[in-house]
Design a binder for this molecule. Sequence first.
Ligand code: NAD
Length: 495
Amino acid sequence: MSKEYKNFINGEWVDSVTGETFENRNPANWDEVVGVFPKSNKEDVDKAVAGARHAFKEWRLVPSPERGEIMKKAGDIMVQRKEKISRVMTREMGKVIAETRGDTQEGIDTAYYAFGEGRRMFGQTVPSELPNKFNMTTHIPIGVAGLISPWNFPMAIPTWKIFPALTCGNTVVFKPASDTPATATLFIEVLLEAGVPPLAINIVHGTGTAVGIPIVEHPDIDLISFTGSSQVGKIINEKAGKSLKRVSLELGGKNAEIIMDDADLHLALEGALWGAFGTTGQRCTATSRLIVHEKIYKKFVDLLLESTQKLKLGNGLDESVDVGPVVNRGQLETVHSYVEIGKQEGATLLCGGEPDETGDLKKGFFYKPTIFVDVNRNMRIAREEIFGPVLSVIKVASFDEAIDVLNDTDYGLSSSIYTRDVNNAFRAMRDIQAGITYINGPTIGAECHMPFGGVKETGNGHREGGWAVYDFFSETKTVYVDYSGKLQKAQIDNR
Ligand code: NAD
């Protein structure tokens, strides 16, 4: 019997109003059902929003250091449950256990950061232009936050949103991706045990259309934080724009690693393998383009091929496995269709290019790590987000050309350059159009206390992570205190 899960709405674990359900299966073995979840709709969302709205009246008045202490307790509970959570995560979305442990750890780190931030939430005091007057800003909570997350970081991304949303004094209606509802549910259990008031946190399972859109359009939801594809982000921005909701969008990427002729090639190789095939290439920050200087191109491609062929595919719970499955059949088909496109466009397939159905792998959705060489910047495989284990290698003749190729994309999330030339490193920091640039590191490796997000079609300018996300989840209130005892007219009396 597979475990039956529920929504948590208005302080109670409940089925959806229709009683309908959906299954969540293991992508490494599709016969294995991880759990059965409520298939919810707008009515469920309405109830959750009513609960969250009610809870906001009291939660907004709890001092933020006290709210932060609850987040700290949540972090402590997650430390105890790290292994359990990580194993469930691997079963429901496939990435290898070392990476799901990292995903859970990012949630723990984010909890402890929230604990500190609860005592900070700095406003500013600024001199007034008039005598006997005091000016300052403070942070105030906004209201009910609608949070929608993807499946590739089932714990880290929900924690990036929920910990700051709650610490800032908002209440939450959360819709996780329907490929990863079990990890999300474990997180809600942690929050409730830590002492978050039950009405302040609601989880509603279901599809983007049936649950996501009602959240975005709900008149009683004040802000939306969404992480997912650029395609869906545009739909959300348009719908939320009708009521001028505050919206944070963290979207797709087509990230590149530049390898210059003076780079430490073995370091660059490790970075490329980790960036391209970690999380089976299903990271928003995955390295999907390698931009390699012509002087070391052949040598580097030979090293890359040799190392890629050694990667072991399999069930992510096996500690010896390097690469897990892709998340579902749809994703496998998308990846394969891009491989066909790459071949038709004239790129040379160096390795991979097909599903791996050896032995037990045929029970799941495994795709061989794939490398295309002879790729040019105009090919679709060099421009569109594939979100799978496919790496496109592009040859360039100079540093300037490398930067130009890197920037020649609609996206702008992460980027990386391997070079030992300090001048080129600083030019890259300045000239690369991306929210994140790594020098001598892969395109992946975010730390929870640093702002995270991208430019161009990767988002709408907000950032998750660090102090920046606390600005998104609170309003700035400007306060003037006039203790002169008389009417003072700014710009008039003093000029
Ligand atoms: P997705 O856009 O398909 O779905 C994301 C979430 O939105 C899911 O919960 C989904 O159910 C919901 N959704 C789908 N359609 C909706 C709609 N019309 N209205 C409201 N909600 C809707 O993305 P995905 O496949 O889950 O995740 C992969 C994508 O996420 C990739 O593009 C990846 O780059 C991106 N991503 C970005 C970041 C980042 O921080 N920039 C991080 C992780 C993933």
